[in-house]
Write a protein that binds this ligand. Structure first.
Ligand SMILES: [Cu+2]
Length: 135
């Protein structure tokens, strides 16, 4: 690996870290050697981290989703741009894997579907994000 490559990698890592600190958590997935775009997502009251993910179309995506700290139950719903549900699960301390291959570009919203009585839904509280599929 060249010195320049290392510098670029270090800068990219720093950029991701800065985004995470700033709350503007955007994460562009880079495929592993087997071509799978793997992203770990943590959800809690009331956030998903990262809450903005960018992946490439027509390459497999594996989301590893788990709950952060706290006792409030949370879930994870991922919808395709047409509103069809790609995934729906309850978050646990052990990561669960959501695998799919997006066929075309578009914005896939994800959110926690939970709501307690008359309170605002977790989605309204900010427990939501976007997975953007790009060509
Ligand atoms: Cu929730």
């Amino acid at each position: 690996m060249s010195r320049l490559t290392l510098l670029v990698l270090a800068a990219a890592t720093a950029a991701v870290a800065l985004c995470a600190l700033g709350g503007e958590a955007s994460y562009r997935a880079s495929p592993d050697s087997d071509g799978v775009q793997r992203i770990a997502i943590v959800g809690g009251s009331y956030y998903f981290q990262p809450d903005h993910i960018v992946v490439r179309a027509n390459q497999p995506v594996e989301l590893s989703v788990r709950v952060g700290s706290g006792l409030i139950p949370h879930g994870f719903v991922l919808e395709a741009p047409d509103g069809r549900k790609v995934a729906e699960l309850k978050l646990g301390a052990t990561a669960q894997t959501v695998s799919f291959t997006p066929k075309r570009a578009g914005r896939y919203p994800f959110y926690c579907p939970n709501r307690l009585l008359f309170f605002k839904s977790h989605r309204e509280e900010g427990m939501s994000g976007y997975l953007d599929v790009v060509e």
